[in-house]
Design a protein around this ligand. Sequence first.
Ligand code: G5P
Length: 224
Amino acid sequence: MSKLFRAVIMGPPGSGKGTISERIAQSFGLTHLSSGDFLRENIAANTEAGVLAKTYIEKGLLVPDHVMTRLVLPRLGEMTRYSWVLDGFPRTLIQAKALNSSCDLDMVISLNIPLETLKERLSHRWIHPASGRVYNMVFNPPRIQGVDDVTGEPLVQQDDDRPEALVTRLRHYKDVAKPVIDLYKSMGILHTFSDTETDQIWPYISSLISNKIPTVRPDPRCTS
Ligand code: G5P
């Protein structure tokens, strides 16, 4: 039986965490887990955590650590037999320590993307709320303007991609990410990638993962 593989992707809003995680999931058969998706599921289902989280997300703020750890760690606990790539968690040192005490990570990928690039990207991002499918009107546009490719339903811009929430999110990221990055550096599992384009970064990430996990077991639940 091949060894399981666990990776975390860190990066500021719009850095391409979701896009790269999806490519990793498809190329290597890992399950893509996203803290943002967990939150959006809870918001859509009107759970207690979702109602609370919405008030923070709308303001461009991080959701409190105790809410996030209670939301994410049990989901990881259900994945003990699967390899995964976790996108968006941990964001803070408290979350990173909680994650360390619940599982062993093989790799942390940190995306270091210039601020102007991030602003430009997020102002063009639209999503299909029901599925979480993400489009970028320049990089990855839908076939028909403003409409989801699969369902034909309208696309919307998320509240936290609006300019006022965006600037706050970008500013917060730097402050809280630094101790997390330092921790993973000290553990010897941090790999940082810098560029303005996901397509430029992707071949390096792909070859790094190929070298670490030549034989990851495909995840039968990963259908895409
Ligand atoms: P999320 O959902 O984790 P963010 O804000 O961290 O959201 P986001 O915005 O989803 O991250 P991303 O995943 O890093 O960005 O990037 P992406 O979605 O792949 O790409 C962004 C856009 O750029 C897309 O439209 C994509 O098509 C395009 N793109 C990608 N690559 C390129 C390229 O090379 N060129 C171009 N032109 N475009 C490209 O979290 C949402 C909120 O939930 C809370 C926070 O409030 C957060 O703000 N939250 C947490 N709070 C506390 N702790 C946690 N652990 C939390 N996790 C989530």
